[in-house]
Design a protein around this ligand. Structure first.
Ligand code: ADP
Ligand code: ADP
Length: 223
């Protein structure tokens, strides 16, 4: 469970977040929806620990992580411009964060193979990442995040670089993977359709606050 308590952030005298408060359940696919400039990326960066809060608290499973540095938060972030290491194989891209943790080769191989299977990329593990499609690259980026077994995931418009047809398939895949992991996903988008097809709950970020929070049905399907 992730508790956001009165999260407040300004840049100069511009208020970006004005007391964002919400509880996100473990295993929930939580989508933050809002137009460009609403402060969505800022909020994710704050959760990742790469941007500082002015005020407020972040509590994860009862533990206050507000002042922890990024590497101590056990959180994975997936961006739109997922930077894969271009001169490495798919396998080595996924294995990289585990090598940084000095995990044994056997353990690394076990984890990489398990994640590759989950994402359907076992066949391309030996390929150079520059030789695979955009959709496959996106899976590799996700695999690299999943392999660390983080306590929650932050996804910043991760599908927006894919063409429409691939994006449609990728949404279904992402949802399946999230359920299979029972992962807590906090997913940012400006696309209402995307939010509706993915979310357990949607929070609409407006004027620095979650203006509405609810299931897609509660928010967008009127009786
Ligand atoms: P979104 O992700 O919803 O598009 P952002 O969080 O990227 O919104 O940005 C919210 C607002 O904060 C924008 O007006 C943006 O220009 C501003 N902003 C973002 N980062 C900085 C920064 N480092 N310094 C000053 N202003 C920033
Ligand atoms: P290192 O490069 O650190 O010596 P290993 O000896 O574990 O790593 O493996 C050598 C290379 O073989 C790895 O860098 C990786 O590219 C590849 N490799 C290892 N296991 C697999 C696997 N299950 N599928 C595909 N490629 C693999």
């Amino acid at each position: 469970m992730i508790q956001l308590q009165e999260l407040t952030k300004r840049y100069g005298n511009k208020v970006i977040l004005d007391g964002v408060t919400e509880t996100i359940e473990t295993g929930e696919f939580f989508v933050i929806l809002g137009p460009s400039g609403a402060g969505k990326s800022t909020l994710l960066k704050i959760l990742a620990g790469i941007e500082k809060l002015d005020k407020g608290k972040i509590i994860v499973d009862g533990k206050d992580i507000t002042n922890l540095p990024p590497e101590k938060r056990n959180v994975a972030m997936v961006f739109q411009n997922y930077a894969l290491y271009p001169n490495m194989t798919v396998y080595d891209n996924i294995a990289f964060p585990l090598k940084m943790k000095r995990m044994t080769k056997d353990e690394i191989q076990k984890r990489v193979e398990r994640v590759a299977k989950l994402l359907g990329i076992t066949d391309i593990l030996k390929m150079n990442v520059t030789k695979i499609s955009g959709g496959q690259q996106q899976r590799v980026a996700l695999a690299r995040a999943i392999v660390r077994e983080p306590s929650f995931y932050l996804l910043d418009e991760p599908l927006s670089n894919l063409d429409a047809r691939v994006r449609f398939v990728a949404r279904g895949e992402l949802k399946r993977i999230q359920k299979e992991l029972n992962g807590t996903f906090i997913y940012v988008t400006h696309d209402q359709k995307e939010a509706m097809s993915l979310a357990d709950r949607i929070a609409v970020l407006h004027n620095g606050k979650f203006e509405q929070v609810g299931t897609p049905t509660e928010l967008y399907e009127y009786p």
